[in-house]
Every structure is written in C-alpha cells, then in structure tokens.
Design a protein around this ligand. Structure first.
Ligand code: ZN
Length: 616
C-alpha cells in the first residue's frame, strides 16, 4: 500500500479545500424551462425571429442524440437581475459530466454544440466547456434567445440533457479559487526541494485558514473568502519582473484541427466554426489573449459558411490579437505529395492569406505531420517562408532527435530556422494541444535542450486535434503563472514575434543536414493505397491540363483559371496529414473517392476543350 509523506498529505488537504471553494463560484438562479427541440438540421434556426411553434417542448432529464445527428435547441429567456457584483451566465450540461486529465478528446465520440445568442455565433458547449458568461451581453429585464446547434457525436448512444440554468458567478470567489489553485499547481510543479517551497506552502495554508469552511455558501463564508484573497494577494506581492535572460515561455493560444481524421470533412467545417467562435469570444473577455490559427482552407470554410465569424476574425487580425499562420492551404503531409503540390500548398495558401486576410505568414506551422522531406527547406524559402515549427519529431520511437532550435539544411543547401515545441505530455511526447498551467510551463522549459543558446521557448496551449482551443480556465491561469515568481516567465504573443526575437538573440545554432524522418506512424506509405494512387493521378492530370490550357491561351486567350483552382484546392485538401497518409476513418476515403471523381471529370472536360482550341 502506498503511504503519503507529510508534505503530500499537506498538499492533498490544500487541494481539497480549494475544490470546496470552487464549488461556490456558481449559484443557480433559475432553470431555463422553456426549451424547444428539433431532431434534425433546419436553416435559420439560430435566428431570434425563427418560428419554432411547431417544435415540441423539451426538458432537462430527457435524452437526445444518436449517431451523427445534428439537432437544435431553442431557449428564450428574460434575465433577472443578479445581486451585488455577481455576474450572469448560463450553465449548459447537454450530456454526462466528464473529467479529463489529458489532452485527449475532441474526437467527436461526444457531443459538441455551437451556441448562438440572439443569432450571433458565440461559443461552443462541449465536454470541457459548459459555462456561457453573459455579463457583458445581457441586462436585467431584457429578453434573449439561446439557440444551440447540437452535434450528437459519432457513437450510437444518446445523451441525457442534464442541465440548463441561469447562474450567478461570484467574481471574488472565482478570483481567489484561481489564485489559490495556481499557487498549489506551482508548488506541485516545483516540488518540495525548491528553495521557495516552504515559504509558498505556508502562504497558501495561512490564506486558506482564513476561509470559514464551517459556513460554506453563507454571507460569512463569502466574507472570509474576501479576507483570504486579500491576504494571499498581499503575501504574494506584485508580480516579479524577470531578470534579463531569465528562462521564459511564450504562451501561444492555438487549436489544432485535423480537417478529417476520426470524423469527416463536413464535421470539420462545424468544428472550425465552434473553435473560431471560442477564440473570438475569449478575446472579448480577456483582452490580453493572443491566438494563432493555421490553414487557409479553414478560413475559406468560415468565409463561406460563417460570414459573421469571418468578419470578426478579419477585425481581430487587423487589431493584432489573431495571427494567421502556416502559409499553406492545409497542414499537408510532407512526404507523399510531389514537389509541385508542396509548392501549390504554399502558393494557394499564401495567395489566400494575402488576398482575404491581409496577412503574409512566414512560418511553416506543421506540428503534427509525419516527417518532412529533404527538399522542403528549398521549397519553403522560395515560397517566402523563413521559419518552421513542429512537435512531431519528439514522437520518434527509437532515437531522440538531438535539437529543439537549429537550422534545417535542405538537399540544395538552403537553411530554415526551426524551433520545436517542447511541452511534454503524459506519454513523454511533446504536445501542441495542452492546458496552460504550471506543470506544462515548467515542463516546456525543462525539456528544452538548447538552454545555453536561447532563454525563451514556445508553448502552444488550447485543446486540439478535434479543435475547441483555449478555455477561460487557461486564460485565468495565464494571468497568475508569474505570481509566485518560481516558474519561467510567461507572456502571450505571436509565433512570428517569437521568431523575430529568436533570430536577433541566437547565433551559432546547430545544423541538421538531412530529411526530418519520423520513426513512428509507419504504414502511412501503404495504408489506404487507393488514395495515394488517386493523388498521384490527379497531380499528373493537373500538370497536363495546365500545360494544354496554357497552349490554348496563347492561341485563343482561353484559360479556365477558376475551374483549375477549384480542382487544385480539392487535391490539396486531400493531402491533409490525416487523409493522404491513410490514418482517417473509412468514411473519409469514401468522400475522397467522390472528390477525385469530380477532379477527373473537370480535368477531362478542360483537356477536351483545350485540345479543341489548339486544333488537335
Ligand atoms: Zn493533426
């Protein structure tokens, strides 16, 4: 039987007390008891003036869902005033409660909902996000409408809709909870051998002793929280200023979205909307929040399917809070596509970023791709890319890749400055989709192998693979990571800002002169062989039809640019790093067959027309 040390018992006791405080952040005011439900998708159901009178009423405790269902809930409400300085919100629990301990999830086995407030896409509700803060959006006595576009997931089971309540958020209890929680997380991260440990654990203990746990939920309890918070703030003092050259972590909000994987492309379009809405809403609530998003294809989906979100994204790019990164059409596989395709990934990506987002990304952002070919540095440089980020090489099965910051030299001698994300996950691999907390900040710095050459590393936080992105909890943590002065100094910023600074700071970096081979995910050259064959056939087809169309243009001025671009975009999408390598579910490949069929049809028509104009 495992026995706990005195310090471990002390930490466990503090953890229990902090959890008790957490239970009193939210207070239910009233249930949302007018809910209408529609089992299926309906155009315009998010709009306040949508006529839902023939939809049946729904109540909490009832079930919804099943395999691959898109449903709607509509909840009109009038907000009653909340007392004192409490903040209004809505708590939605559309299924079973989950406790997640890792970065897994978002794989659409579970529900994901997009919340609209009075017709505006606001945020998602999912297994990690159940609260909708409304303090800046509603006033007492006003009538509003929440409409939920609810995706059931790809399992067959139904969900029990557990909760839909108007709630009041107690801001002081919330603030104290996060400050105490972060201090405890810091203590656990640094360990009892750290010189500051005895002082900091005593500070936390003294503060929690102020809390009247015998009268939880009463006015006396909340008064005691105020005293505890004041004491904790006073004892921690002002945030320390880091010394020049002290270890630092640039924290970057991001969400990795696989454009198909355990879900189909059509699901990813909805995931992208939920992810973008979350990031935009957090920018309103946390002005310091910075977010970076890659993949031109994702932005094009928003432009087509979510114009309100797309307009907001453009505004946030202009204001500098949102960074469009990556430069490629999708985060493509980098081993199987031919050289022309890799060039087109950047050409189509950069052209879109410049035209639609007034951005010119110079960082190849490929955290999850399964290895990188030797010719890529030359292609990147010629396409206007200066820097490269991945995480994947830490997943090597047998040998450890030796560098985290280095120059990658390609087959022609071109060099690209690279930085690898070094935040370790519970598997020991470095991860691009993590919580923002003390353990990850410390781990990100501790794992870094070029500490002698460079003092700042990159941490990409926010749930991903299936999108979702950063949460309010992460940003609350972000405000407190420097409070105890024992972690590497944290700041939020952009990827390209990071590289600009890095370039100025470092010299004499090591050089890796070879491909970046991933010793994992073997089988990606052979799995789903049909898609490899169709990809290569379409690459050849696109070459032929562009050649013949160019000759036809010289003869007649005819060139089907729009049709050729659409065909290329289809081929480029299917080169995504979970589609072309063969790591997606079978339905993804059924969709791909149809896409390639359309490309072949378009290609055959263009070639016929071109030959006619050439006179052959
Ligand atoms: Zn991925």
């Amino acid at each position: 039987m495992m026995t706990l040390t005195a310090v471990q018992m002390q930490l466990a006791d503090l953890d229990q007390k902090i959890r008790t405080v957490q239970k009193h952040i939210l207070r239910t005011i009233q249930p949302l008891n007018t809910i209408r439900f529609h089992d299926g998708d309906v155009d315009g159901a998010e709009q306040p003036d949508f006529d839902d009178r023939d939809w049946p009423f729904f109540s909490t405790g009832r079930t919804w869902g099943g395999h691959d269902r898109l449903c709607w809930f509509r909840m009109p409400f009038t907000y009653a005033a909340v007392p004192g300085n409490e903040k209004p919100g809505v708590l939605i629990q559309p299924g079973k409660r989950f406790v997640f301990r890792s970065s897994e999830g978002g794989d659409l086995r579970e529900y994901e909902l997009l919340v609209y407030l009075d017709g505006r896409p606001l945020q998602s509700i999912d297994v990690r996000r159940t609260l909708i803060p409304l303090h800046d959006l509603v006033k007492p006595g006003e009538r509003h409408l929440l409409a939920l576009e609810a995706f059931s997931g790809l399992e067959t089971h139904v969900h029990v809709f557990e909760q839909a309540d108007l709630v009041a958020i107690h801001p002081l209890t919330e603030a104290f909870y996060y400050t105490a929680r972060n201090l405890l997380d810091c203590l656990i991260a640094i360990g009892e051998s750290h010189a500051a440990f005895p002082r900091l654990i005593a500070v936390l203990e003294r503060a929690l002793l102020q809390v009247d746990f015998f009268q939880t939920g009463t006015a006396a309890f909340f008064d005691s929280i105020a005293r505890a918070d004041e004491m904790l703030q006073k004892e921690l003092g002002p945030e320390p200023t880091p010394a020049a050259g002290a270890p630092a972590v640039l924290c970057l909000g991001h969400s990795h979205l696989d454009l198909a994987w355990k879900w189909r492309v059509r699901h990813s379009i909805q995931k992208a909307a939920r992810t973008c809405a979350n990031a935009l809403r957090l920018m309103e609530l946390y002005p310091e929040f910075r977010y970076s998003q890659s993949q031109a294809q994702l932005y094009q989906w928003m432009q087509t399917h979510q114009p309100v979100l797309f307009t907001q994204i453009r505004e946030r790019i202009t204001s500098g809070q949102w960074e469009a990164i990556g430069g490629m059409w999708v985060e493509s596989d980098c081993n199987i596509p031919n050289g022309e395709s890799l060039v087109r990934q950047f050409l189509f990506g950069k052209r879109y970023f410049r035209r639609e987002l007034a951005s010119d990304p110079q960082t190849a952002w490929l955290p999850d791709c399964f290895g990188f070919c030797y010719s890529l540095p030359q292609i990147m440089k010629e396409c206007g890319i200066r820097w490269f980020v991945t995480t994947k090489l830490s997943w090597n099965q047998f040998t450890s890749f030796p560098y985290d910051t280095f120059f990658w030299q390609g087959v022609d001698g071109t060099r690209i400055l690279c930085h690898f994300i070094t935040t370790p996950d519970r598997r020991g691999w470095n991860d691009y989709s993590v919580d923002l907390n003390a353990a990850n900040v410390k781990g990100c710095w501790d794992s870094y192998r070029q500490q002698q050459a460079n003092h700042e590393v990159l941490l990409s936080f926010g749930w991903g693979d299936g999108g979702g992105g950063p949460t309010a909890e992460m940003l609350e943590n972000g405000r407190r990571l420097n409070a105890a002065g024992v972690l590497p100094f944290c700041r939020q910023g952009s990827v390209e800002g990071f590289f600009h600074d890095l370039e100025q700071r470092v010299s004499d970096l090591p050089v890796w002169n070879d491909e970046l081979y991933l010793q994992l995910h073997r089988g990606t050259y052979t799995s789903q062989a049909k898609i490899k064959k169709q990809n290569r056939e379409c690459e050849a087809l696109l070459h032929h039809l562009e050649l013949l169309s160019s000759i036809a243009y010289l003869r007649s001025g005819w060139y089907p640019q729009a049709e050729i671009n659409r065909a290329w975009e289809s081929v480029l999408l299917n080169q995504f790093h979970d589609i072309l390598p063969g790591s997606s579910i079978v339905e993804v490949y059924q969709d791909c067959d149809q896409v390639y069929e359309q490309v072949r049809k378009t290609g055959a028509e263009i070639i016929q027309q071109a030959l006619r104009r050439i006179g052959l």
